[in-house]
Design a protein. Structure first.
Length: 378
């Protein structure tokens, strides 16, 4: 066992505060970043669920995000210009909001997104699966999100009202886009009960393309580009399309921007507190460092010991923070609160905590190396 771990074991009361502060800093990073990531994932979440391989939309001006705000200047059926294209589908994103008379609370409103339940249709969330497709295929049926079902006391067999039409709840779903759309209905339901909205779908904002060979998507995009460019169109991958939508929504959402700025500020304050706590833990070992000097131990070895103490404090704090973060994520999931912890976030947070601990160790070196054996007489 190393001397640093032995010291932490015997002087655990002195280092406990430092370890707890490091773990709390890490936990704060997980919470702030986890909520921001969940919010980011909810932006363009429905578009992320599409089963398209290529998205065609109007060519964007330089410096602007790729979004679907402008109609494409041709019929999607005209995109069968490449032999590798299997199917083309116009992308209409239809959302309907229905509020109860006298209720101004937006959370209580029915926020429906319309999907296409035809076999092979691309405007259908991949995570729902075939059983949900069969349920929605019946006109007059609807799926509701789990948080909405809990909040409103609804379940399978209940009835909801969408623009004056009563729909039967046939299932409950959980998906990232549930924050924006708490209800899913099929185009068949809209055509049968609300045809006025079906006719107002308008011009397609994008075209969805499916190809049989997923390994040749980039090659097909490159071959389509010259033909599309003449018509001021561009073909991109779905993930790029979703990122463009998320960036555009983020630019226009000041509340999310404020949340990110507050998160950065809180994390910076926590880092400063952590640095000072670690420094106090190391400097409390003044007499031990003086004894080492008296025994002839070199300053290089004492410096290495200081850095190792800081490193182990960071490691223990990082492990504790990660454990608490996953426990909280499970709790928030049960409470229908969106928090996303990825392994990239775990790696980044752990590396940050170790870096903070090592920087704190470096800041302590000046004090440690200035301690003299005479300190034992004080």
């Amino acid at each position: 066992m190393s001397l640093a771990r032995t010291i932490i074991g015997f002087e655990w009361r002195r280092y406990l505060a430092a370890i707890v502060v490091v773990s709390l800093t890490g936990l704060l990073c997980y919470l702030q970043a986890g909520f921001v990531l969940a919010k980011w994932q909810s932006l363009g979440a429905f578009e992320r669920e599409l089963s398209a391989d290529i998205v065609v939309l109007r060519e964007r001006p330089k410096g602007l995000a790729r979004t679907s705000t402008a109609p494409i200047p041709l019929e999607p059926e005209n995109l069968y210009v490449h032999p590798a294209i299997e199917s083309v589908e116009p992308f209409y994103l239809m959302r309907l909001v229905s509020r109860t008379a006298g209720d101004s609370n937006f959370d209580n409103a029915v926020r429906a997104v319309v999907v296409d339940t035809r076999a092979g249709a691309m405007i259908y969330p991949k995570t729902l699966g075939e059983p949900a497709r069969e349920l929605l295929d019946v006109p007059g049926s609807a799926l509701i999100s789990r948080p909405y079902a809990r909040a409103q006391g609804l379940g399978i067999g209940s009835t909801i009202e969408l623009r004056g039409v009563s729909l039967s709840v046939v299932g409950v779903f959980t998906a990232p886009f549930a924050e924006l759309s708490n209800t899913i209905v099929s185009r068949k339901t809209i055509d049968a009960y609300l045809p006025q909205f079906s006719r107002s779908a308008g011009v397609a904002r994008a075209a969805l393309i499916r190809v049989p060979d997923k390994n040749k998507i980039d090659e097909i995009i490159a071959e389509l580009t010259p033909w599309l460019k003449k018509r001021r169109l561009e073909a991109i991958r779905p993930e790029d399309y979703v990122s463009g939508i998320a960036v555009a929504l983020l630019r226009g959402n000041t509340s999310i921007q404020s949340t990110i700025l507050v998160a950065v500020f809180v994390i910076l304050v926590s880092v400063m507190i952590t640095t000072q706590t670690l420094r106090a833990a190391v400097t409390s070992l003044r007499s031990q460092f003086g004894t080492m000097q008296a025994l002839g131990i070199s300053q290089w070895r004492i410096s290495g010991l200081t850095m190792e103490l800081a490193l182990w404090t960071g490691v223990l704090g990082a492990v504790l923070a990660m454990t608490c973060a996953f426990v909280l994520q499970a709790l928030f999931l049960f409470l229908d609160l969106n928090m996303l912890i990825t392994w990239k976030l775990v790696a980044a947070t752990t590396a940050s905590l170790l870096a903070i601990s090592l920087v704190s160790g470096v800041l302590c070196l000046t004090f440690v190396l200035s301690v003299k054996p005479v300190e034992l007489l004080r």
